[in-house]
Design a protein around this ligand. Structure first.
Ligand code: NAD
Length: 278
């Protein structure tokens, strides 16, 4: 994709529709991987305190000739830092590691409903946004119940909810809730962590368009109006995952991909209702 489309958030900031996922990218490799991605045309990176590569990401951002305001940086608050004071401190620590004055998007990584602190954490994120340390604030792995509570208690609607989403787990219910409330859906593990590459339906659609399965899946995210953050450290794949123009999925393709929905069994990652890793 030469020009990556931007999606408007409910706070009037824009987010690039494609970004580079950074989970499991070793810190030492992060500068090279990000430099490759920026060179290929990416303008968005998705890191997190938990990924332990914010320092490497910061190094890449200092080295590039691309101005800071042209690169969209997302990071996330880890589970151990929930609570009002914890969240304020965690943001400062992330900014220090990144070497930045602000991030574009700060997310609560997981809701941890069993600890019941996400409301206080969210209040801290509202303050961080007001102070300019995060241009936009959002959440990750929140279900409708958690989102409703945030909105009812604070009146501030998250700009983004970053959730597991791929053809085996398309999350139609949560997407509908997001659409109703003006929350942008961001897909994590958009490629299903590699579990979809041998799927016969996707292989057939890929052959039809003369594209790779990864490109078909990412085009599906784009056509659904989602933000996707595929991860790769392989230079050719980083470029491949951005080359999404020049073809469109038709109604038959979209219906065939919709039939891959496995419901709850399609989930690869943890269930947000029970995930509590500290
Ligand atoms: P993904 O769906 O992006 O799949 C990545 C895997 O697919 C990699 O191992 C890579 O080897 C392979 N791959 C990538 N491009 C390919 C291509 N063109 N051809 C063949 N193989 C290819 O999985 P992910 O890394 O789990 O998710 C992407 C990003 O989402 C993460 O890096 C992270 O930034 C974010 N994430 C967020 C959460 C959260 O809780 N918020 C959880 C998981 C991931």
């Amino acid at each position: 994709m030469t020009a990556i489309p931007t999606i408007l958030l409910n706070d009037n900031h824009g987010i690039p529709q494609l970004g580079l996922g950074m989970w499991q990218v070793p810190n030492a490799q992060a500068p090279d991987v990000i430099a490759t991605a920026l060179d290929a045309g990416y303008r968005s990176i998705d890191t997190a305190a938990a990924y332990q590569n914010e320092t490497g990401a910061g190094e890449a951002l200092r080295k590039t000739h691309i101005p800071r305001d042209r690169i969209y940086v997302t990071t996330k608050l880890w589970n151990a830092d929930h609570g009002f004071d914890g969240a304020l401190k965690a943001m400062d620590a992330s900014l220090k590691r990144l070497g930045l004055a602000h991030v574009d998007l700060y997310l609560i990584h997981w809701p941890l409903p069993m600890r019941d602190r996400y409301l206080d954490t969210w209040r801290a994120l509202i303050r961080l946004r007001d102070e300019g340390k995060a241009k936009s604030i959002g959440v990750s792995n929140f279900n409708t119940g958690h989102l409703r509570r945030l909105i009812d208690e604070t009146g501030v609607i998250p700009a983004v909810n970053q959730i597991e989403l791929h053809p085996h787990f398309p999350q139609a219910g949560l997407r509908a809730f997001h659409a109703k409330h003006g929350i942008v859906t961001e897909s994590w593990s958009p490629l299903g962590q590699g579990t979809l590459f041998q799927d016969a339906t996707l292989l057939r659609i890929a052959q039809k368009h003369g594209r790779t399965v990864a490109q078909i899946i990412l085009r599906w995210h784009v056509e659904l109006g989602l933000v996707a953050i595929p991860k790769s450290v392989t230079h050719s794949r980083i470029r491949e995952n951005l080359a999404l123009t020049g073809f469109r999925l038709d109604a038959d393709d979209m219906a065939a991909i919709a039939s891959l929905d496995r419901g709850a069994a399609g989930r690869i990652g943890p269930d947000p209702e029970t995930f509590s890793m500290a």
